[in-house]
Design a protein around this ligand. Structure first.
Ligand SMILES: [Zn+2]
Length: 242
C-alpha cells in the first residue's frame, strides 16, 4: 500500500516537472542578428506565446580576445512588414542599435545577441580599419607575405537557391558575397576576416556553409555554371599575412 502510494506521488511529481519544462519551452524567445554596418546593428526578436509584446534584447560586441567591449539593451519593437508577413505577431519586433565604431580600436569584432538566457541565431563580424596596420606592421603591409596552409578541398557556390538556400548574396558575417573575393570557410580552421590566396586570387573569409568543415573552402561565384565549372578541386591555399 505504502509503496503504491509513493509511486503515485512520484509519478505525479515527475508529471509536474515535465509540465513546467514544456511551459518553459513554449516561452522561449527567438531572434536573429541580421546586419552590422558602420553605424548600426540590426535584427529581430520575439516570443511566440506573446506575439504582440515587444521583448528586450541585449547586443554585445566582443574583441578578438572575447572581451566584451560594447553592450546595449534595447526593446525590439520596430515594425517590419517582413516580420508580420512571416507570422511574427504584429510585426513590431525589429531592432536597430546605433554603434560608434570610432570609439574602438582597429580590429575584427564579433557581435552576439541575447534575449533572456537565449542567444540569438547568427553571429556577425565587423572589421574596423586595417587590423594589420593597427598592429604596427605597415612596412610588411606593402608586400603581401604568403604562408602555405596546405592543400584544401575547394568547391564553389553561387546565389542560386540550390547553392545558398535562399540566402542569395547574404553572408553570415553581413558582408555581400562577391565573386573573386568571398569564400565560405569553417571558422575554426580559417577565422572570418582572414585573407587567403587561391590560384593567384586573394579571397576574404566572410561566409560559412552547412557542408564546409575542416580543410574545405567554398568559393563564391556569380552564377551556377561557373560553380559547376569549378567542381571540386584540391588546391594549395596560402595565408596572406600582410
Ligand atoms: Zn548555384
Amino acid at each position: 500500500m505504502k509503496i503504491r502510494h509513493l509511486t503515485a506521488s512520484f509519478i505525479l511529481a515527475v508529471g509536474f516537472v515535465m509540465a513546467s519544462a514544456f511551459t518553459a519551452l513554449a516561452a522561449v524567445p527567438t531572434g536573429r542578428l541580421e546586419k552590422v554596418t558602420d553605424t548600426e546593428i540590426t535584427g529581430w526578436a520575439w516570443q511566440k506565446d506573446m506575439p504582440n509584446t515587444p521583448i528586450t534584447v541585449r547586443v554585445a560586441v566582443l574583441d578578438e580576445d572575447g572581451t566584451e567591449v560594447f553592450s546595449q539593451k534595447i526593446t525590439a519593437s520596430q515594425y517590419r512588414d517582413d516580420l508580420e508577413m512571416d507570422g511574427k505577431g504584429n510585426g513590431c519586433h525589429g531592432f536597430s542599435i546605433p554603434i560608434d565604431w570610432s570609439a574602438l580600436e582597429d580590429g575584427v569584432y564579433t557581435i552576439e545577441g541575447y534575449s533572456g538566457d537565449r542567444t540569438l541565431t547568427r553571429t556577425l563580424t565587423y572589421t574596423k580599419g586595417d587590423p594589420q596596420e593597427a598592429a604596427g606592421d605597415e612596412a610588411a603591409a606593402e608586400t603581401p607575405q604568403l604562408v602555405s596552409l596546405g592543400t584544401f578541398k575547394t568547391t564553389g557556390y553561387c546565389p542560386c537557391v540550390r547553392c545558398s538556400e535562399g540566402w542569395g548574396r547574404h553572408t553570415c558575417t553581413g558582408a555581400t558575397a562577391t565573386a573573386r573575393h568571398t569564400i565560405a570557410v569553417d571558422p575554426k580552421v580559417i577565422p572570418y576576416g582572414t585573407q587567403v590566396m587561391i590560384n593567384g586570387v586573394i579571397y576574404t573569409a566572410e561566409d560559412r556553409g552547412g557542408g564546409v568543415r575542416g580543410n574545405h573552402i567554398d568559393i563564391f561565384f556569380d552564377n551556377h555554371s561557373e560553380t559547376l565549372q569549378h567542381g571540386t578541386q584540391n588546391l594549395e591555399v596560402f595565408l596572406v599575412t600582410a
